[in-house]
Unconditional design. Structure first.
Length: 453
């Protein structure tokens, strides 16, 4: 394990430098991924509102399945960071090995479900006939790439726990470049390639994700990796490590599953407002995602810092690093709030020229600006608690808040009180404020310092 992968906070280290070292590759990676997603949506947007709605609806069951995969991801990060902090590097590599095996089984099961039950899933979510037709083709074409997407997710989680954030960044930059190029060629049929429309976007995703997953897996068997797996005994199951990964990860899987189920139902509420409203909602989410980049990057830094410092028996460093990360994150998220308040029309007009969609989506961004600092607070302190293995607390707060405030209150605001799309986005703001407040309180209590993983 290279020494510069360590994220130990002590009197001699600069906390800001440690945070920056861990966060900037993640922010860069997420920035390009977000830009790629925005460019994708712009390309698909040229195919019409039904195409935009189809991809937005289709990704909901995929996100739900990734919620379950997060059990492996969070458990892997927590254990790898603890073992890294205590200099048990072979044990850290063994955690990755077990998680990769579990991810392969998991992804094959869900890929099969997506392929065979695509129409039923999309009908359940309330898609209109044309949206379901387009979405079914999209989901089936991207199914093979899902297996490699899960694999890459697990390897990335492990490397980040070890403090190695640059390798996933490099691989994912390549993946996103290939995805944009594939979209350009396959959606519109440029340079002699077939014009596949929505299915072209799915095929580009499948090809690029598959290449990324294969590269990341290959890296972990090389001397280049911070965690080096071995071919010998690769398929050997270690029940103790598997149980420890799942013990930490299952509450996160429950958290994400409950949240995603609420999100699926929330999407159905919005889809009932019609294709134009749903397209405005989807474009708003896509534009808002630029604020996730810094928040998520700093949250990853907080997770790694807490895990490694607890492994090194340094809870004071874990606490100091997390609060410094929160200060930095709040400044950045505050800036993003100003962007959404001042320039929403300019952002939305990059996606569409439809005046009604621009007006609706711009109002959404102005509303969600109020939640940017609470959202950053939730990202960072939830990340810190996960790094400590305190995943149950995050689960409880997310489960209660998303169902009570985002879904039930959202339904009341949208339909019972007649606020429509504005009501839905207002409910989202309230949800972020509640969740951010709770994880801040939980971290301040300090019980996470005593958790064994």
């Amino acid at each position: 394990m290279a020494a510069d992968n360590k994220a130990i906070i002590n009197e001699d280290s600069s906390t800001k430098n440690v945070i920056f070292k861990l966060a900037w590759p993640v922010i860069a990676e997420q920035s390009l991924a977000t830009i790629t997603h925005i460019v994708d949506m712009m390309m698909v947007g040229r195919l019409g509102a039904s195409a935009v709605a189809a991809i937005g609806l289709t990704m909901q069951p995929v996100f739900f399945s990734m919620a379950l995969a997060s059990a492996l991801g969070v458990g892997t990060t927590a254990l790898v960071s603890r073992f890294t902090g205590s200099d048990q590097n072979k044990k850290a590599a063994s955690v990755l090995q077990q998680s990769v095996l579990m991810s392969i089984i998991f992804s094959i099961v869900f890929a099969s479900i997506f392929y065979f039950f695509a129409p039923g899933l999309l009908n359940f979510m309330g898609g209109e006939a044309e949206v379901v037709k387009l979405g079914t083709g999209y989901l089936r074409v991207m199914t093979p790439g899902f297996i490699f997407m899960v694999l890459a997710f697990i390897v990335t989680a492990a490397l980040r726990g070890a403090g190695e954030t640059k390798t996933p960044m490099k691989v994912n930059i390549l993946v996103n470049i290939l995805n944009v190029l594939g979209n350009y060629l396959l959606i519109f049929g440029n340079f002699g390639f077939p014009r596949l429309g929505v299915n072209g976007a799915a095929l580009a995703t499948t090809i690029s994700r598959s290449i990324g997953g294969i590269i990341l897996l290959a890296v972990t068997f090389s001397d280049y990796s911070a965690l080096k797996m071995k071919f010998k005994g690769f398929f050997k199951i270690d029940l103790d490590l598997t149980k420890r990964v799942l013990k930490v990860g299952i509450p996160t899987a429950l958290e994400e599953s409950v949240r995603r189920l609420a999100q699926l139902l929330f999407v159905r509420v919005i889809a009932s407002l019609g294709t134009t409203a749903f397209a405005a909602h989807q474009i708003s989410l896509n534009a808002e995602s630029i604020s996730y980049m810094p928040g998520f990057g700093i949250a990853v830094a907080a997770t790694t810092i807490v895990g490694q410092n607890l492994g090194a028996k340094n809870p004071r460093g874990a606490e100091k690093g997390t609060f410094e990360a929160w200060k930095i994150g709040s400044l950045i998220m505050g800036f993003m709030a100003l962007v959404f308040l001042i320039l929403p029309e300019q952002l939305i007009s990059l996606y569409t020229s439809d005046s009604e969609i621009i007006a609706r989506a711009a109002l959404n961004l102005r509303i969600i600006a109020l939640s940017q600092i609470p959202m950053g607070t939730q990202f960072i302190f939830a990340g810190a608690l996960r790094g400590a293995g305190d995943t149950k607390a995050v689960f409880y707060s997310t489960a209660l808040s998303t169902w009570i405030f985002r879904l039930f209150l959202g339904y009341i605001l949208v339909h019972s009180l007649g606020f429509g799309l504005v009501g839905a986005w207002t409910a989202m703001v309230i949800d972020w404020i509640v969740r951010g407040s709770y994880v801040f309180y939980r971290f301040k209590k300090g019980n996470w310092k005593l958790i064994e993983v």
